[in-house]
Design a binder for this molecule. Structure first.
Ligand code: SF4
Length: 309
């Protein structure tokens, strides 16, 4: 299967940090792979870039191939590269779009987004990439009903390196969602953001950041975004949404509304701040000398002015 894009896909950056990408593992030579369970049986899918296309390889029956094709088309939406997004509300956003133009804004089904986000709480992406395939294999594909059917002790063992203490709450959340079914859960998260957040935040172990991850990474909303420490730091330094450094609930809410005033596409694109935060704008002293944003960044400009006094 082939998916064509307007801009050469930046597969490495696409797979770096987004929650849906954590279901994929590096397979060498620029390839990535994950296992799908379209009808309960495993099908390994590999993806690699070829010029302006992504090439997917797998062996499956016609029915499985159709289901996998649908999943891949949704996971790597051809019209949702950073280059396609409206990020003209601030010059810094326009520069970020130019730098990350080829990154694809991935999506994943809402329940899978919830599982990946819970696994990633206080854990690295590498850990999630080790745990998720074992969990998916144990239940022949991630659904709320199948996760809820796993005894909590067994679930804790399966997700041990991502935090066994998460098992009880994940199991309880899965059981609640299973009473509706995954399809109904998809409808719930597609309600307006305030209602969807209220539902999600009532689930065990789901606070605002996790709920916002589920909404954004399932493609359900442009009305909120998750605020993590990297985004919190980078948007302040850039002067996009300044704050006093205290990441309280009210400060995070103000930061979200400030960012969304630059346009709703800031929500699906929010992870580009994390990409900057992992490279030059790190938590200690930022490496402004090597940062493509230095000429328009409030923090860097202030440091230069200080030095010239
Ligand atoms: S110029 Fe410096 S402070 Fe501004 S985003 Fe880049 S690394 Fe961060």
């Amino acid at each position: 299967m082939i998916l064509a894009f307007d801009v050469v896909p930046d597969l490495e950056a696409t797979m770096d940090i987004q929650i849906p990408a954590l279901a994929w593992q590096p397979a060498g030579l620029g390839r990535w792979e994950r296992t799908y369970y379209p009808q309960g049986e495993p099908v390994v899918v590999q993806v690699e870039r070829d010029h302006q296309r992504l090439l997917f390889s797998y062996q499956a029956s016609p029915d499985d191939a159709r289901l996998i094709g649908d999943a891949l088309t949704a996971a790597f939406p051809a019209d949702k590269q950073i280059d396609n997004l409206d990020l003209d509300g601030h010059p810094v956003l326009t520069s970020l779009r130019a730098r990350y133009s080829g990154v694809i804004v991935m999506t994943t089904p809402a329940f899978e987004a919830l599982v990946l986000t819970v696994l990633s709480q206080n854990r690295s992406g590498d850990t999630v990439r080790q745990v998720f395939p074992k969990l998916a294999a144990a239940c022949h594909g991630i659904t709320a009903e199948r996760i809820a059917a796993i005894p909590v002790a067994e679930l804790a063992d399966l997700i041990r390196s991502a935090g066994p203490y998460k098992a009880a709450r994940l199991s309880e959340a899965a059981a609640t969602i299973a009473t509706l079914g995954d399809a109904a859960f998809e409808q719930i998260v597609r309600q307006p953001a305030p209602q969807a957040l209220t539902y999600l935040e009532a689930l065990p172990g789901v606070a605002h950041k996790t709920a916002a991850c589920v909404l954004v990474f399932s493609g359900a909303t442009t009305g909120t975004l998750p605020v993590d420490t990297h985004l919190f730091r980078v948007v302040d330094r850039l002067g996009l949404a300044t704050h006093d450094g205290r990441n309280s609930k009210s400060v995070a809410a103000k930061l979200i509304s400030t960012l969304l005033e630059y346009g709703p596409d800031v929500a699906p694109a929010h992870f580009i701040f994390l990409l900057v935060g992992r490279t030059t704008c790190t938590a200690g002293t930022p490496n402004c000398a090597d940062c493509f944003l230095a000429e328009e960044c409030g923090y860097a400009i202030a440091r230069i002015e200080e030095a010239s006094r």
